[in-house]
Write a protein that binds this ligand. Structure first.
Ligand SMILES: [Zn+2]
Length: 189
């Protein structure tokens, strides 16, 4: 897992300069068919931007682009999760097409699974690294959550990511498996 620093110094969230005591990590996916992290970094560099996350994971390469200092208060979850959780976005396959809300069709499932595996594997490595850095237990209740789970818990806005992507592609990934994979990886660090 490779981390490149691309701090979004022109984003108003960065400029607001607020810090948090990190209590957890929230996993997102971008919700559009764009595998390139560079595209999001360019968009989020806009001084009028109203959102900001701590990192994007590129779906072509699996490279992690860190876009905020980890203990900076992000604008990623909506609700109170911004006060406690680091937010990480996984980019999504180019071969899917959204048809309304979190529903999509996919023209090449095999190809989509390659993209999704890249982001999943890097996310596991990154979350293990961050759990170690901030002394977090990946299996404890509410520490690692998806945006969807955050919404279900009342700490995030009404989104379905990234569960909708994994479920829609029937790729076998779940947040339960993700947390366990993070814990297993942490034990090897
Ligand atoms: Zn999200």
């Amino acid at each position: 897992m490779e981390i490149e620093q691309r701090i979004l110094t022109t984003n108003p969230c960065y400029k607001s300069g607020r810090k948090i005591a990190v209590k957890g990590l929230m996993l997102h996916s971008v919700g559009c068919p764009q595998p390139s992290a560079e595209v999001f970094i360019k968009n989020y560099s806009n001084p009028a931007s109203k959102v900001c996350v701590h990192a994007f994971i590129d779906a072509n390469t699996g490279v992690v682009y860190q876009t905020l200092p980890w203990d900076h208060r992000g604008w990623h979850g909506g609700g109170s999760s911004n006060n406690t959780h680091i937010g990480i976005e996984m980019c999504e396959p180019s071969c899917i097409k959204y048809t309304g809300g979190a529903k999509f069709t996919c023209t090449d499932r095999e190809k989509a699974l390659v993209y999704v595996k890249k982001t999943y594997d890097s996310a596991v490595g990154l979350f293990a690294h961050l759990c170690k850095e901030f002394g977090l237990n990946p299996l404890a209740d509410g520490v690692i959550v998806s945006h969807k789970e955050g919404h279900d818990r009342g700490i995030a806005s009404g989104h379905a990511d990234p569960d909708h992507l994994w479920n829609g592609l029937e790729c076998g990934y779940t947040m339960t498996k993700f947390r366990q994979d993070v814990a297993n990886t942490m034990n090897q660090l």
